[in-house]
Design a protein around this ligand. Sequence first.
Ligand code: HEC
Ligand code: HEC
Length: 208
Amino acid sequence: MRFNYLAAVSLLALLNTATSSPAMAGGDVEAGKSLAITCAACHGQDGNTGLMPDYPKLGGQNEKYLASQLRMIQSGDRAAPLMAGQLIGKSEQQLQDLAAYYASLPGAAGESSDDDLALGEQIYRGGILKKNVSACTACHSPSGSGNSLAGFPNIAGQSMAYVVEQLRKYREGERKTDENNGGMMRQIAGNLTDGEIRAVANYVQGLR
Ligand code: HEC
Ligand code: HEC
């Protein structure tokens, strides 16, 4: 009897630690799939064919990153006027389910054009030393797949127009979602010119 009581108490403690951190609670892919019907209008049935070129691909993105962005779009910490209405009234569990669903879909490759491709690759792989721009590989990995445990986004094959727009938003301080990561993207993008942003975004679009 006494043993059982202790076992129940420690089991409860375990469950508590497992559910108290939102990042730990997993989403349900099937539940996310039914919630995602309205999302397909803009992100495509496969999550990767955006209605407009600057709409992000979502397939194959890591769950932790997706969930964090959905929370910030819902709260208004990330301004995304077209998206925000979609998330009104959704629970934390529903955001997790949507994140799990899009993470379960395959990613989609893109192609780079030849325009400044060498410059783009140089920035991605080596950064720009004299301007203190870190190599993108350090956090997004050589293949662009990011780091799912850390929640660093997968950017391989991401739409060039979307990447250009996001780097510009970080640079201008319009996107501050990197706050929990020490503002690293604002710092990096802050040192990039328009031409350098276009070059690295073109390279990223062709990464696979
Ligand atoms: C009316 C069009 C539209 C609909 C419908 C829509 N989205 Fe979006 N979504 C966008 C746009 C545009 C952006 C990019 C916002 C920006 O520029 O920051 C975006 C961004 C996102 C992002 C951030 C991606 C990243 O790489 O950071 C996620 C995640 C997302 N949408 C998920 C969803 C989900 C889940 C739904 C359905 C509940 C949905 N979207 C419905 C247009 C839409
Ligand atoms: C020190 C780590 C680090 C480095 C180096 C880094 N990034 Fe990031 N990047 C991140 C993190 C973390 C995020 C997500 C931050 C957030 O929530 O907004 C991010 C977000 C992004 C996004 C937005 C993704 C999306 O789906 O909206 C793009 C695009 C991006 N990075 C491109 C780059 C490029 C290009 C470089 C190199 C010039 C680079 N990053 C260097 C850590 C890094």
